[in-house]
Ligand binder design. Sequence first.
Ligand code: 5BU
Length: 506
Amino acid sequence: MEDLVEALFEAEAVKFGSFTLKSGLASPVYFDLRVIVSHPRLMLQVSERLWDVGRSVCPSALLCGVPYTALPIATLMATAHERPMLMRRKEAKQYGTARMLEGAFAAGDVCVVVEDVVTSGSSVLETADVLRQHGLQVRDALVLLDREQGGRETLAGAGITLHSVCTVSRLMQVLLDRGRVDQATVDSVSAFISQNRATSPPPASSPSLGPGEVAQSYGQRARLPSTSAVASRLLLLMEEKRSNLCVSADVRTAAELLAVARAVGPHVCLLKTHVDALDDFTADLPERLAELARSHRFLLFEDRKFADIGHTARRQYQGTCGGGCTAACDVRRLLCGGFSECGVWACTAGGVFGIASWADLVTAHAVAGPGGLEALAGVGVPLGRGCLLIAKMSSQGALTTQGYTQATVAMAEARRDFVLGFISTERVTHDPSLLHVTPGVKLQPGGDDLGQQYLTPEEVVGRRGCDVMVVGRGVLEATDVTAAARLYQQAGWDAYCGRLQPATAS
Ligand code: 5BU
């Protein structure tokens, strides 16, 4: 590695002096790895060192170099070791196929990103985003030089482990030991690096966090004229309980669901369910959940992800006839064979789960167009219910691309009486009266073997400015579920306080 550092210095890939960076900052050091294309031996050395670092972490992964500098490096690694690679385009072709990614792959394949220098981590993230949008799993990045300016942490927050051949500190030490630089240069570089640590930028496609949404407390946002009644109820509850935690109670039986609700109740603002995944849903379960919700002060959130045409979605959502019998209810009563008491909780006639009768919040996809949302709103608004539209899913390869997300936001704007916000892994609007609820949260970033991707509470709430974090297995798989919920509650609240202005932080 020492020889490689010296060779980079000799090839002027590392320079000292005064350089104006893209950001406008004056830097005493400059790394320009593009020059190595003129030094074939050096290119080989660089690619072999990267291979040494990477081969044990990702034995059979595809390789993808960040364009342009890392492209030839990844190519050398791929050809020398017979490892297939992918090529990411920086801009889509104007003719033929509009592919952003060239090469053969299947959804679920693992791909490692290769980069020359990492500063904030944003260029690795851009490439990782494209790969993930194509269904690939990205968990590791290989880099020749880590500038130690926050990139490692930012990438970790996005579930990517950075493996570097060398850090700037190590590089400076080698050059000092070999008499290539003096102590004063080493000191000025290390001062520059520590004074200019890049903080994690919001994701490229996310609106930057403005004072509107970040500086206002949940309580202040609850009182905005544009905040819907349901959003306001939730925001006030969050402030009162000091909790932005939603536990996703993904369990098998009704008894387990009630046990989880009891255990985490004091620590959550929302309890999220998938009642259609229970083995033994019964019509009395919603009332028992509602009792716990009342006593512990949380809202019930059925993550139903409605996605059908309006006519079907309405039937899936509405359940109880609430005692007010309608002709439609009579018809349904006939259909379900002698279901005579219409006032019964969650009348089975409108779908066994009777979701609208008990769930304060539901989720819906925008994919079916406004008709689906209209139908749901027609049922939910009179009952004082709210809906979160799914803007950006947490799973790898999700098809919630930028255009789709924007269309989802526009659809939400048109039904503000029903839509209180979004399910999203990042903020999709500046509007502080709309909530951002984020699944895929764990104290340890990473993922599962089916494409779920986890970000930390600090990343989701602190850096990305989301409002509620959804935690399932992070809590449910703990030996002490209550203690785990308490831990996540604290982590989420700390992240929220950290992002507020000092004047409003508590
Ligand atoms: P986990 O155990 O924390 O991975 O559970 C996450 C929950 O959030 C689970 O119930 C999912 O169905 C739900 N979820 C999600 O993970 N990602 C999404 O984009 C959406 C929902 Br929408």
